[in-house]
Design a binder for this molecule. Structure first.
Ligand code: NDP
Length: 268
């Protein structure tokens, strides 16, 4: 069987997904075509429908279409439902099944690739956007001591903390209230790195905290800040990207590829 996949985004030129999925196909012996599709900003659904009409088995969705993909799907996994956003779609006859693999991708990178135990840890997330909403369920399933969400717009952090309070200990506050003294892991889930900026944290030292930026592909101001502030470990989000792709590939084919091998190929 030949699988037909793609990733939708705008922009999409620099996406690493075709490279990653081609390596997964080689590892697992599946015949796979994987394209990059530039969808118009205001019409994701026509592009997606056209790809389905061409016989697609599934596709990934990246910025800025994860909410459009949520509206486009007609069935959802628990991850997608909780996240309110979809980054992976599987086509099965008339079913357009929406999944979100960002949270699993992040947790797999932290635990499997970086060897970090999340149970009983105090986790601070900077940012309360779509990705934070997508990763909270997976993080809370690891039973951390608590997850603190700090955002530039305080109300969004408080709302997310409330929405997830049934799944674990959460709290939300403004970036200006951040104090790092007893934090084990700091995750930068703001999009500030995309603009070459550091989230404006009023006070704090990373001390021995592990600092993880979801951004990948370049050294970010957050990673520089972590170095200056004596963080114990610093990582970008490349491992999350590969791990979320591996979970998508498994969702489509039923076979789990070796993400660690692909990650080490990309880091070379
Ligand atoms: P959203 O646009 O949904 O949210 C952006 C968040 O960043 C908001 O909380 C916003 O705060 C905050 N923010 C933006 N600029 C600044 C700033 N200058 N200072 C402080 N806070 C700021 O983005 P996403 O959640 O979708 O994406 C977040 C990041 O995660 C992106 O960099 C993206 O590339 C990365 N990502 C990486 C993945 C991977 O596989 N490695 C997967 C998915 C995402 P406010 O609410 O106040 O506007």
């Amino acid at each position: 069987m030949m699988y037909k996949f793609a990733v939708f985004g705008n922009p999409i030129k620099h996406s690493l997904s075709p490279n990653i999925h081609t390596q997964f196909a080689q590892q697992t012996g599946f015949e796979v075509s994987y394209d990059k599709i530039l969808a118009p900003i205001d019409d994701f659904s026509s592009s997606a429908q056209e790809f389905i009409n061409q016989g697609a088995n599934g596709f990934n969705i990246t910025v800025p279409f994860k909410l459009d993909a949520f509206k486009f799907a007609n069935e959802f996994t628990l991850n997608a439902k909780t996240a309110g956003a979809v980054n992976t779609i599987k086509i099965e006859q008339d079913k357009i099944i929406g999944e979100n693999t960002d949270g699993i991708g992040l947790v797999n990178d932290l635990t499997h690739n970086l060897g970090i135990e999340l149970k009983d840890k105090v986790i601070l997330i900077l940012g309360a956007g779509g990705t934070t909403q997508g990763i909270l369920l997976s993080l809370l399933k690891q039973q951390p001591n608590r997850v603190m969400i700090a955002n530039r717009t305080t109300a969004k952090a408080i709302k997310l903390a409330k929405d997830f309070a049934e799944l674990g200990k959460t709290c939300g506050f403004g970036l200006d209230k951040v104090k790092h003294n007893s934090v084990d892991i700091i995750i930068n889930a703001t999009s500030a790195s995309l603009d070459g900026k550091m989230p404006d944290i009023a006070y704090g030292v990373a001390n021995d905290a592990i600092c993880y930026d979801l951004m990948y592909g370049k050294q970010t101001p957050f990673m520089d800040w972590a170095t200056t502030n004596h963080s114990s470990m610093i990582s970008d989000g490349l491992g999350m990207l590969v791990e979320q792709a591996a979970t998508s590939f498994e969702f489509w084919t039923g076979v789990k590829p070796n993400a660690k091998q692909v990650l080490s190929n990309l880091r070379r």
